[in-house]
Write a protein that binds this ligand. Structure first.
Ligand SMILES: *[C@@H]1O[C@H](CO)[C@@H](O)[C@H](O)[C@H]1NC(C)=O
Ligand SMILES: *[C@@H]1O[C@H](CO)[C@@H](O)[C@H](O)[C@H]1NC(C)=O
Ligand SMILES: *[C@@H]1O[C@H](CO)[C@@H](O)[C@H](O)[C@H]1NC(C)=O
Length: 378
């Protein structure tokens, strides 16, 4: 068929089929959250880059907006606004307007309290009416409504103070909420509390934006320190990245959390310090799970059996930098970009759609202390 179109186009290049032979180059804008500082080489806020979807080249678009320690960013489902967690003692969330005319520019709208200290994670509903925040510093979670007209944030309407502690004397003396995420039907939200080795389940009420705690599940392996989690689409399973012991635990979600398997994210025999950070399922197939190792400085790739919730380790790939705090997969499932916090670089990997495995593309970019990558898909 392609050959036939090719021959037709040789004779008549204006035939409408011919455009399929040379697909237009497209690019994706990404926003990168960072830790900021006062030095000349320190980050000053949120940076923007453009990723060429064909060549995988990353082009810096500069500082999108100055703001303090925007360690986690979130793009509103309408693609009109971006929200950033300002990770400070007196935690705040900032709202910005995405400039549709000038790629990569953000304009400040307003700011609200995150209802805790050191906010480190944001999520939202499918329509974007509420923003969920986890405050690592003092173990609280909150929900803030967004204004449908201008994207501004309102004062929080939902709140919970997590409680308890666990066995690690340095990291688990008090609660540290590390994420909060709605399930796929947006009935309940789960929050991983690294400090108390618990996963909290909340009922979410969209009518008034409140959160009702319905369960706190103590994990079986004390000291694992649950950090981030993902659901698969049919929400049969929850995959939890355990920061402190470098493991992933798969849980059955219904009727209550029940662990199915725990697997290491490290190669056999690796005994040096490591700490797990981000976890993501492949957005298209959900057949592969990716987890970042800070210390071993790799991405661990697992093949997922979404029928029985079983993981099989298939690859470790070097991240070409230090401390892969975050990574994100492009919405088309083609690329995975790693943010290496301590080597100040972004590194682009391509994803083999049949095997799920990663290959370095050679594309990289510099940015000081990157901590979060989000794609703008228009
Ligand atoms: C900033 O970066 C430049 C270029 O890499 C380097 O020469 C300079 O020493 C750095 N300054 C500081 C304060 O780190
Ligand atoms: C955490 O911060 C919130 C908002 O300031 C406050 O209501 C809560 O009491 C704090 N929790 C602890 C344990 O200090
Ligand atoms: C929010 O709405 C739900 C459902 O109507 C109700 O059960 C709950 O009490 C309300 N919460 C608050 C804080 O108003």
């Amino acid at each position: 068929m392609r050959l036939l179109i090719f021959l037709i186009c040789l004779l008549n290049p204006l035939n409408t089929w011919c455009s399929s032979l040379s697909p237009k180059a497209t690019s994706t804008i990404l926003y990168v959250g960072t830790y900021t500082g006062d030095g000349p080489n320190d980050s000053k806020g949120i940076y923007a880059f453009s990723l060429d979807d064909t060549t995988s080249t990353l082009t810096p678009l500069g500082l999108a907006v100055a703001t303090t320690n925007p360690s986690y960013v979130l793009i509103h489902p309408t693609h009109k606004y971006l929200y950033a967690a300002n990770e400070e003692d007196n935690g705040r969330i900032s709202a910005f307007k995405i400039d549709s005319a000038q790629a990569g520019r953000l304009t400040f709208i307003n700011q609200q309290s995150s209802a805790g200290s050191a906010p480190c994670y944001l999520s939202t509903t499918k329509i974007g009416g509420h923003i969920f925040v986890a405050n690592y510093g003092n173990g609280t979670v909150a929900v803030l409504p967004t204004d449908a007209n201008d994207g501004s944030l309102k004062q929080y309407t939902g709140f919970d103070q997590q409680t308890g502690s666990s066995v690690d004397p340095d990291r688990q003396r008090s609660p540290h909420a590390h994420c909060i995420l709605l399930d796929k039907i947006e009935q309940n939200a789960l929050s991983a509390d690294l400090g108390s080795d618990q996963i909290y389940t909340y009922r979410f009420f969209p009518n008034n934006g409140s959160l009702l705690r319905i369960q706190a599940t103590k994990i079986a392996r004390l000291g694992d320190g649950p950090r981030h989690l993902v659901f698969n689409s049919n929400q049969k399973f929850v995959y939890v990245a355990n920061e402190l012991k470098s493991t992933v635990t798969i849980y059955n979600y219904f009727p209550s959390l029940h662990s199915v398997q725990t697997i290491s994210t490290l190669p056999d025999g690796f005994t040096a310090w490591n700490s797990v950070a981000e976890i993501l399922l492949h957005p298209i197939s959900e057949n592969y799970l990716y987890v970042s190792n800070r210390g071993h400085n790799s991405i661990a790739v697992f093949k997922v059996d979404n029928n029985i919730g079983h993981l099989e380790l298939i690859q470790h790939i070097n991240v070409q930098g230090q401390t892969p705090r975050n990574f994100n997969i492009t919405p088309n499932g083609k690329y995975l970009i790693v943010a290496n916090q301590d080597s100040n670089n972004l590194v682009v990997f391509s994803i083999d759609s049949t095997t799920g495995k990663l290959t370095a593309t050679g594309s990289t970019a510099q940015v000081s202390k990157p901590t979060c990558i989000k794609y703008l898909v228009q």
